[in-house]
Design a protein around this ligand. Structure first.
Ligand SMILES: N[C@@H](CCC(=O)N[C@@H](CS)C(=O)NCC(=O)O)C(=O)O
Length: 245
């Protein structure tokens, strides 16, 4: 087995997906925590050299660097261990679960009674600080600032928010329907699709969306996913305050 090192952040949904894939693949791996919140270590030069988009997770496999969660879990699937490939729908599930805007689901609930979202404002200011603290990141910072402006504009648009929430409900319904065919999302055995679904459902629980599936097959499914040892070993989080995400 190669040497595996995952650069991740405990609460990040993408990191939880990658950890679930590694644990379910029965890989021994080490973790290097990247503080993406307080000290913004993802913008440190050494990390940007590994992951030019300055996001987590990143997987090092011996001397190979793999970025992007979908690439990471597919690369993990190619390692020796249980087959997590699922059926022909697996890659669609990975794409569609990843495509949801988890930030909208989080911030639409307005963290403060006065309607402000302090973390977003802080994150908006962060790139400006980085221009001074960590020079040489101008393109990355410009991209982040533009993304933050789009995000803040979206959060002021109730119709846009509603579209994202409706898209989430549609995906929840599709997951529930897929479970009519069998115990797992993609095929008759546990697969990468279940890694993504578990981390997403855990996040939906925190965002108050669990009501949406309470009468569906997802209730039993989520209980089964939670009872797998990987839920704890991979550090999947479905409790706590949104402010900590
Ligand atoms: N498409 C990327 C998205 C990764 C991503 O957005 N990661 C978040 C955590 S879930 C992150 O690192 N955020 C830090 C930041 O935006 O500065 C992937 O799949 O790896």
């Amino acid at each position: 087995m190669p040497d595996l090192l995952l650069y991740d952040h405990a609460a990040s949904i993408c990191s939880q997906m990658a950890r679930l894939a590694l644990v379910e693949k029965e890989c021994h791996f080490r973790r290097h925590a990247i503080d993406i919140m307080e000290t913004s270590e993802q913008f440190d030069a050494w990390y940007v050299a590994l992951n030019p988009r300055a996001v987590v997770p990143t997987l090092r496999i011996d001397d190979e660097i793999v970025t992007d969660t979908i690439h990471i879990v597919n690369r993990v699937q190619a390692l020796p261990g249980p087959d997590l490939s699922g059926d022909a729908t697996t890659q669609d599930w990975l794409r569609d679960i990843m495509a949801l805007h988890y930030g909208v689901l989080l911030y639409r609930r307005r963290l403060d009674p006065d309607g402000t979202t302090p973390q977003i404002f802080a994150r908006g200011r962060l790139p400006e600080r980085l221009r001074v603290d960590r020079p040489g990141l101008d393109d990355l910072i410009d991209t982040r600032l533009a993304g933050n402006r789009r995000f803040q504009a979206l959060l002021k648009d109730p119709v846009g928010i509603e579209q994202h929430v409706a898209g989430t409900h549609a995906l929840i319904d599709r997951m529930a329907s897929a479970l009519d065919k069998g115990p797992y999302l993609s095929g008759q055995t546990y697969s990468l699709a279940d890694c993504f679904a578990t981390a997403a459902l855990a996040r939906f629980v925190i965002h108050g969306l669990a009501e949406a599936w309470k009468d569906s097959a997802l209730t039993d499914y989520y209980a089964r996913m939670k009872s797998r040892a990987s839920f704890v070993t991979a550090g999947v989080i479905d409790t706590g305050h949104e402010r900590d995400l």
